[in-house]
Design a binder for this molecule. Structure first.
Ligand SMILES: Nc1nc2c(ncn2[C@@H]2O[C@H](COP(=O)(O)OP(=O)(O)OP(=O)(O)O)[C@@H](O)[C@H]2O)c(=O)[nH]1
Ligand SMILES: [Zn+2]
Length: 342
């Protein structure tokens, strides 16, 4: 299979960046190893060395320029960057992937399904400027997958939610539609939800999967490294090891859009520093009492703010960082549209 640079996601954003030498060739990084990188170019995949620094500063999905000896001479500026905090209370960032367009947020129609976790991923997608698509796997093992889909759809306006059997070809085709040729997707989700199965199905690959203990929905890690693969529809897909506890890297960028409906309500509270507990004139509580807002959602909102050290922030502070989910969707669509012509 020969691929053009455009097929690999090359765009004016990259070609317009100043190049240090004219004889360099672009490669998309598809694997990052301790001592070398695996790059995909028009001629296929090649092993690249990084004479100017450690491989740790590169991410799957990066675009690099290499010389004829296959030495990386330049790392091109990333259009999007997906990272997370290395651990609880740790401020260091861990790069997950670069230049990703679509985030496939994967969970299962079983005990793995947690609205709070999905909200964290949605916030991550928003912060990283990726278009979120929620994939709920194991629909074939569930009596009522629709119930899971409806719950997930309520998490954000216009959110795309697909219920799938990761082993079913027509379900896989529905997933693939969201990441066509030239676009890059990333699969995120807990261990055992079916990321490797999806990856294999979408790429017709043969990565090893292991059976999981279905009772507690906890999987064993079968994926060891991040990889970028070409899907059968021409799209590109990054697989990541199961992420057990996700810490947001830039909470201020994502939280308020995931909970934009709550913010709008909070703006109608009588007091602008309302904590939505026992204050009079609280619009959030009123909505809960009227049955138009799920109290669990308010609880998750509070918990997320608490976890991110933002408890007690006033509504006006919260609203000051106004970025709507719709705005992000339009932005992503604009980027996609701009990329279609070449
Ligand atoms: N019936 C059914 N089984 C599934 C589905 N998706 C995944 N599985 C099974 O669930 C188990 C775990 O799937 P994996 O693809 O290894 O999960 P993973 O998310 O890649 O796990 P890690 O590599 O640990 O992150 C395997 O036995 C799969 O065959 C599905 O939609 N339906
Ligand atoms: Zn209130």
């Amino acid at each position: 299979m020969t691929l053009s640079l455009n097929d690999l996601g090359w765009a004016p954003f990259f070609s317009n960046q100043p190049h240090t030498h004219s004889t360099l060739t672009p490669f998309r990084i598809i694997e990052v190893h301790r001592d070398r990188l695996l790059g995909l170019g028009q001629t296929g995949s090649v092993s690249l060395v990084t004479p100017h620094g450690p491989t740790g500063s590169f991410a799957v999905g990066d675009w690099v320029l290499a010389d004829p000896e296959l030495r990386v001479q330049q790392l091109l500026e990333r259009r999007t960057e997906l990272s997370r905090r290395a651990g609880v209370g740790d401020t260091r960032l861990q790069l997950i992937a670069a230049n990703v367009d679509v985030m496939f947020i994967t969970s299962s129609c079983n005990a793995d399904f947690k609205a709070a976790r999905l909200e964290r991923y949605l916030a991550l997608a928003q912060g990283a400027r990726c278009y979120p698509v929620v994939i709920l796997t194991k629909a074939d093992r569930c009596d009522d997958p629709e119930r899971f889909r409806k719950t997930a759809e309520k998490l954000a306006p216009n959110l795309v939610v697909l219920t799938v059997n990761a082993h079913d070809a027509s379900d896989l085709a529905e997933v693939a539609k969201w990441c066509p040729k030239g676009q890059t997707g990333v699969l995120l989700g807990s261990s055992g939800v079916g990321k490797t199965t999806l990856m294999n199905g979408l790429t017709a690959g043969t990565e090893a999967t292991q059976s999981i203990r279905e009772d507690d929905a906890k999987g064993r890690h079968t994926t060891t490294a991040r990889t970028l693969r070409v899907m059968t529809n021409g799209g590109l897909l990054v697989d990541t090891p199961g992420i057990r506890s996700l810490r947001l890297t830039e909470p201020e960028d994502g939280l308020e859009t995931v909970f934009s409906d709550l913010q709008d309500l909070a703006a109608q509270c009588k007091f602008n520093n309302c904590r939505h507990e026992s204050e009079p004139g609280c619009a959030v509580r009123a909505a809960c009492e009227a049955g138009t807002l799920a109290p669990e959602r308010v609880e998750r909102w509070r918990k997320l703010l608490r976890d991110e050290g933002r408890e007690g922030e006033s509504t006006s502070q919260f609203r000051a960082r106004d970025k709507s989910f719709g705005k992000m969707v339009r932005e992503v669509k604009r980027i996609k549209k701009g990329r279609k012509g070449y």
